[in-house]
Design a binder for this molecule. Sequence first.
Ligand code: GNR
Ligand code: NI
Length: 171
Amino acid sequence: MTIKPLIILPDPVLRQVSKPIERVDADLQRLTDDMLETMYDAPGIGLAAIQVGVPRRMLVIDLSKEGEEKQPLVFINPEIVGSSDDRSVYEEGCLSIPDYYAEVERPAKVTVKYLDREGKEQSVEADGLLATCLQHEIDHLNGVLFIDHISRLKREMVIKKFTKAAKSKVL
Ligand code: GNR
Ligand code: NI
């Protein structure tokens, strides 16, 4: 297993729309393991493949707390097939936008269809943090970041700060 470098704002790779997974094979299992290891190392509670530079529709999530048994979840070709009218607000962060947090309002519950690690069709009705995390990760697959859900002024400030930081690293 390998910890992969994370793609950071404003890298345009984060704006790519990821393509569906065609086969659940050994290569994909390896990518899954690498993503889980990268997520645990960060640490984060979710990771989309595009955040390690792979434009494929898959993501991993683990909401278990430190010291608890790990609960890795793998979602391949996930699709939101239903969402509630009631909404909830969470303070979100993103491994691709380190040390920036903001409140985001999203549907409180979502139903997601996906393939599991074995390529079997599954569906989950999620609420709470899982619902928020699934929506955050599925956004990544569509080139959308959580800062796209905040005010334009805040978004532009964050992008400006990260653009400056990226430039000073190159020099
Ligand atoms: O680690 C993460 N924490 C988090 C907190 C609130 C809402 C969403 C997230 S996902 C984030 C990891 C990440 O960037 N996934 O794409
Ligand atoms: Ni993220």
